[in-house]
Each structure stands twice: as C-alpha cells, then as structure tokens.
Design a protein around this ligand. Structure first.
Ligand code: ZN
Ligand code: FE
Length: 753
C-alpha cells in the first residue's frame, strides 16, 4: 500500500529529512521524502500498521529544533514501485505560513571541531551543521535550500558536498555548511586599510585586549566591541554613538564569567544558555566591570558566545567579557553593509564577505515578577510563528506604533511577528520596516492583504506607510488605539476573550487626542471602555517635560500648591537649568500655554525619579523610570503614601499628585531609596485597585498588564500580588514584548475582528 504523508511545522533546516530517512530505513519502508513549500512531504510504501508506527515515532523523537504542527496521512494509489527510501529535491510549490527556524547558537560538536587542530574546520569561524547556525538571517526565499540563501555565492568544495549529500552525516543538507576551502572569510581593517595577517580574528582579539574599539560583523548584524574592564574605551564608544548613558550589553566568555559579573538564578541560567542565546538582564555584582557599562542601573545585559567568531575571539583573548553593543547610529538600523560599518569610526573593523539577508538584533529577556519577559524579540525567536486561538481567515498586516516597532502578519490562527525594527521617525528605519514587511509576506507566501492595521496617531510615519500599503493591496486601513493594542496582544497570547487591562507606558495617542499612558480598560478584541486612568497631569513645555523630568515635578505638584509656593518648593529641586527656567515653567502652568495633559504612568515615574535626584535628563527611552527602578531596589516601602481613587461618572482616577506630594514630604525623614520603593508601590497598588473595581463591576475574572512600565519588576509584582489576593487570574506577556515591540500583534488582532 502507498501513503502520502504531509508534515507541517518547523521542519526545514532542522535536520528533519535525514531524521525521516533514518526511521524509514529502520522500518524498511520504501518511497521518498522531500521539502515542499513549508512542509515536508513523504510517500511511503508499506503496511498501514508500519506507517502508523512510523508516524508515532516521528511525533515522539523529532529533532530538537523542529516543531510539528500537524501530520496528515492519506492512502493513495501509486503504481510506481520504490526499491529503496530516497531523499528527493525540493518541490517549490506555494504554501502559506512560515516554517523557517530562527538562528541557532553554535552547537557543542561544532565548537569541538573549531578547537581540534586535526580538523579541517580548525579555527574556522563559519563552521555550522544541521543542528546550529544561521537560518532566518541568510534566507531570502522558500523553500529553504542553499540557492535561496546568501550562501549560494559560496559553491561547496568536494569535501563539503560529500557531507551535504550523505544522509548519515551531521551536515546532511545543512544549507549554510562550508569550510575554509569554500566558505566566507573574515578580513580585518584598521580604519579603512586592510590588515595583512594570516589570522584576522586573532588580531582583532589582540586589539580588543589592548583596549581598542572593534566593529565585528557577525551573524545577523554588527557589534561594536571593546574591553569591559577599562573605562576609557567604553566612554569613547559612548561618544561615537552619542549615547551618554544607555546601557551596553556584554558578551561573557562562559557561564563562569557570567557568574563573576552578575547573579544568576536557575531560570536565568536556562535562558542565557538556551540555543536562542538572548541577552539576559541580570543583577550585577558591583565592581566586577566598568561602571560605565550600565551607569545608574542595578542590572546588566549579558549574553554568551553564539557564533564561531565569538568563541575564537575569547580563545585569543584574556578578557572575561566584551562590550557587544549593536553598531548603529541612534535610531537607525544596525550597520550591515561595509560602508556603513566603516562610517561608524571604530579603530578596527572585522568584516566578512557573506551578505546578511535579514538583519536581526540580539534579543533581550528579563525575569519580571518571576516570569520570563521579552524586552526585545529578535534573533533566536524570529521568525517563529505564534499560535493563536482565533478562527479568522483574513490576512492582516500591522505596522506597530512609532518607536521600538515590529511588524506583524496575521494569517489564520498564526502570527508572524518581525524582528526588532526600531525608531521609524528615521527614514532609514522606516525603509527597513518596508523591507521587513515584504520579507514577512514572502516567507509566509502571502500575496494578498485584507487589512492593514496602524496606530491612531495621525502623524506617525508607520500610519502613512500603512495607507500606502493599503492602497497597493486594496486593503482596508484600520486604526487601532495604542493601549487597546497593548492589551489586545496580551489577550491574544493568553487566548482570553475579555479582560481588565492595565496599560502603562510612556505615551500613546488617546481617542480624545490626548497623550495616554496609565489606563484601565475593560477590553475585548473588538473594542474597549476606558474605565479608569491616572490623574491627567500638565506637561509644562510639552516634549521638554519628557526630556527633563523635573518639569513633570512642577506639573504634577501644581494642583497642590499655589504657584508662588510651588516656586519656592522647586528651588530645592535640582534638574532645572536656572531660576529663569523655573519662572518660565510657572508662567506656562499659569496660562496653560504649551502644557498638554497626560495620564502617562511613565511621566509619573519620571517625576518621582527627578524629585529624588535619581535622574534629571532622559538620554534614552525610559531612562528616568528604569533608573528609579534600580534605585528603589535597595529600598523598603516604609513610607505611608496615600492611594486615593476618585470616581466620577466617566471614570475612576488615581490621584498621582498626592503620591508625589507624599514623596516630597518624606524627603529628609526617610531614606530616598525607601521613598522610591514606597512611591512605586503606591502607584502599582492604585492601578491594581482600579482594575479590581472594574473587574467586579463587569463580572470579569482576568486582569492583565502591558506597556513599557510592565518591565518594572516591583510594580508588576505588586499588581500581581494585589490581583491574585482577590482570587482573580493575572496575566502578563510571555511571547511578545510588553513594550511597543508587542503592539503590532495587538493591532493585527483588533483589525482582524
Ligand atoms: Zn553544529
Ligand atoms: Fe506603548
């Protein structure tokens, strides 16, 4: 009898066909296996019993990187008689749904080969096999075959071909496989001049040891690297990139070095060692590395080597860790072309000649309230599909908000969320978004779009791009409110149809045209009701109040004191450039000139941060608030701070002015760290109580939190504790970021409805 078997899932580029081959041969089945679109297709000749057994074995023992969505078996009439079991060439027919695995860290077997002087791949940085190496970052089209990757310009040598053709070899159909004879190579440049050396990677490592700055082109992008034990080169990178304070990630030599740098819990250890190799935010050990790596923060982002070049750099170096920060001009995408890498101005550049098809930044993970939370979902995760529990058949494309953007393609019950794109106010980043969208579509074989989802904000360039794409595909453009999108993405992740959402972040455009950011909403995917919020607070100077948070102190306290008295209070607060600035702010508050009102939770945290002298200027997204979180880590919530919720007929309002005023009173009587911890706790408690009231009134049993403030461990822990104490279910993000990187999924979900 003959059977046609179709296996759908992540089954290409993960050693699936040799695995099938070995089982089929073992069970004496005849026929063939081949890649088809995004599935693997088999013809099996044998008894029904044997085929059933075969399917059970596949389900049970499939390769670790593969993921099976479904296996269909149909008996077919097939007169051809197969003498053996064969692996056939790919069938390039179209099917939808991406099934490409993400990039995978170099496996142990390959690492062994790199350091085996007898091996032909000794010290070869591009060594990979079927179990490891780049995937997404080199793929240009499906099916995943070498000709469809950026490896096609490196024809395999005879040795590599033999391994590639041998079903019993570890490199059977390992598309990126190569060796020093046939594969890509590194060249080291000093400035723009090629360094004449037999070992460019070793020389780059020596330059790093001397405290030089080296741009290193890697798998999905480029890092700027330098030593972690010396201040001077780190300060120089800060100068080069115009990033005075933003934390840099480091790559540690091995797990022992990680523990020398930071405290490592069991869950964090699993994350940092996983094949995805994300950057994990860990509590740092004071004094282990230069203080300029993550100034003013209690934690540090650490990752382990994931490509051959990283292992080799450490092999040739004495350092415990290197700074490894994305090489990009702020706001622009990471440099991947030689000319862009040179223009960064690093002293040395270590560049290879394999093109990067899809740029992919390092992913970032943090444990928040005991759970893994993604700050950035990129390398190692993308383009893994997110399974959703919805029945919709439409193809929906969503483009995210403005900063920290990702795109999302929703197709049936699967979502494909793009890699981290970034700040779309920059034209290069917006272009990058456009290319990433094309890529999502081609990798999922989607040619028609039914709807394009964008933010409600009329000025976002993503919204303009959405209009363009809507026109091109004849698709409806749907505008989704920012915080509704945050909560909708959370609901999608947890298959929840209705919940009370706490959406807390810096800013998002509200349906009344005002900047929102501390909202309680009763939400479904179809719509929401804003049942509560933080107290609207004036932002004297508009955007200036975001950059200089002392202005928010003035704004928030202005409802508590007559302006004259406020003026004398503000005299004691640093963070104003001079007394003229204070005068100007008071006048702005008096006349309501250039003083929009916001309900943003981020702005309240910023104000607390400035009031306590933690941070006076925001030089990167969220800086005053994340520094406040770090500052409060050492404190206890000992200060009695009022949690006052008023209710008018429109909505509940948490009085944030009273929180800030109580913090002001406490200065001098309590330790500042205790005040910080207490103020965060009061804010979180107020948000949780409003959510509980809304849940009770509407008979809802689920409360969730989303938005950038949901990275604050203390705040989320408090909210979770208060909610669960009432016996309700608490949900937070697991699969997409809480911040704006998760918004595209929510936008798509709302538009699909
Ligand atoms: Zn390998
Ligand atoms: Fe947001």
């Amino acid at each position: 009898m003959a059977f046609r078997v179709v296996v759908r899932g992540v089954v290409q580029g993960v050693g699936f066909r040799p695995f099938i081959y070995r089982i089929a041969k073992g069970k004496n089945l005849r026929g063939y296996v081949r890649n088809a679109g995004n599935s693997v297709e088999l013809l099996l000749q044998g008894e029904r019993e044997e085929v059933n057994e075969f399917v059970e074995t596949v389900k049970r023992d499939h390769p670790p990187l593969s993921e099976i969505f479904s296996i269909d078996v149909k008996s077919v009439a097939d007169n051809e008689v197969y003498e053996d079991f064969l692996i056939l060439k790919s069938e390039a027919k179209g099917e939808t749904g991406s099934a490409i695995p993400p990039d995978v860290a170099l496996c142990d077997k390959c690492i062994q080969e790199i350091f085996d002087p007898g091996d032909k791949r000794y010290h070869y940085p591009f060594t990979v096999c079927t179990d490891c190496g780049p995937r997404f970052t080199i793929i240009e089209d499906l099916p995943y075959d070498r000709e469809k990757t950026t490896m096609r310009v490196f024809p395999m040598c005879r040795d590599c071909s033999r391994e590639y053709e041998d079903p019993l070899d570890r490199r059977f159909h390992a598309e990126p496989t190569c060796c020093p004879v046939c594969g890509p190579e590194y060249i080291l440049y000093k400035g723009r001049d090629r360094v004449n050396t037999s070992d460019p990677v070793r020389d780059a490592a020596k330059a790093l040891d001397r405290g030089r700055i080296v741009a290193i082109k890697g798998v999905g992008g480029t890092h700027l690297a330098t030593k972690t034990t010396m201040d001077e080169p780190i300060l120089r990178i800060r100068e080069m990139l115009g990033r005075p304070q933003k934390p840099f990630a480091v790559m540690a030599r091995d797990i022992g070095s990680v523990e020398d740098i930071a405290f490592l819990g069991a869950e964090e250890r699993n994350l940092i060692e996983s094949f995805r190799r994300p950057i994990v935010l860990l509590k740092k050990r004071d004094g282990a590395l230069s203080e300029y790596i993550s100034p003013g923060l209690h934690n540090i982002g650490v990752m382990l080597p994931y490509a051959g070049v990283h292992h080799l750099l450490f092999h040739h170096s004495r350092e415990p860790a290197f700074v490894m920060t994305s090489a990009n001009i702020p706001g622009e995408p990471m440099a991947i072309e030689d000319k862009d890498i040179f223009s960064l101005g690093a002293e040395y550049s270590l560049i290879h000649n394999r093109r990067i098809a899809n740029r992919c930044d390092d992913s970032v993970v943090k444990i928040v309230a005991g759970e893994k939370t993604l700050l950035r979902r990129s390398r190692g995760y993308v383009p893994q599909l997110i399974d959703l529990n919805i029945e919709d058949r439409a193809n929906v494309l969503a483009l995210g908000p403005e900063l920290d953007v990702t795109a999302c393609l929703l197709k049936g019950n699967k979502a494909l969320v793009s890699q981290y794109i970034g700040n779309t106010t920059k034209i290069k980043t917006l272009e990058y978004l456009g290319r990433a969208v094309e890529n999502l579509m081609s990798l999922s074989r989607v040619e028609e779009i039914d709807a394009v989802a964008v933010d409600l904000h009329p000025g976002f360039s993503t919204a303009r791009l959405g209009e363009e794409l809507g026109e091109r595909y004849g698709a409806k453009v749907v505008r989704v409110q920012h915080h509704h999108a945050h909560i909708a993405s959370l609901m999608m992740e947890h298959s929840v149809k209705e919940c009370v959402g706490i959406a807390v972040d810096g800013v998002g455009y509200g349906i009344d045209g005002k900047p929102w950011g501390g909202e309680i909403m009763v939400a479904t995917l179809k719509g929401f009701e804003r049942v509560g919020s933080l107290m609207p607070q004036p932002m004297p100077g508009g955007d200036l109040a975001t950059r200089f948070p002392a202005r928010m102190v003035a704004g928030i306290l202005s409802s508590k004191y007559p302006l004259k008295e406020l003026g004398s209070i503000l005299k004691d607060i640093k963070g104003f450039r001079n007394s003229r600035e204070v005068e100007l702010i008071l006048r702005q508050l008096d006349r309501g000139f250039n003083t929009p009102e916001t309900t943003s939770a981020g702005r309240v945290l910023d104000a607390i941060s400035a009031l306590l002298g933690v941070c006076y200027e925001r030089t990167y997204e969220g800086e005053p608030a994340v520094k406040l979180e770090s500052f409060a880590k050492g404190g206890k919530a000992l200060v009695d701070i009022p949690v006052a919720i008023s209710e008018n007929k429109r909505r509940m309002v948490l009085d944030t002015a009273s929180i800030l005023e109580a913090a002001l009173f406490a200065i001098g009587r309590y330790k500042k760290r205790d005040i910080a911890a207490s103020a965060q706790k009061a804010l979180a408690t107020g948000l949780a109580r409003m959510a509980l009231m809304a849940a009770e009134k509407n008979g809802i049993r689920v409360v969730g939190i989303s938005g950038g403030v949901a990275y604050n461990d203390a705040i989320v822990t408090t909210v979770k504790t208060v909610v669960e104490a009432e016996g309700l279910r608490f949900i937070s993000h697991r699969r997409v970021p809480c911040g704006d990187g998760g918004v595209s999924l929510g936008q798509a979900a709302v538009a699909a409805m």
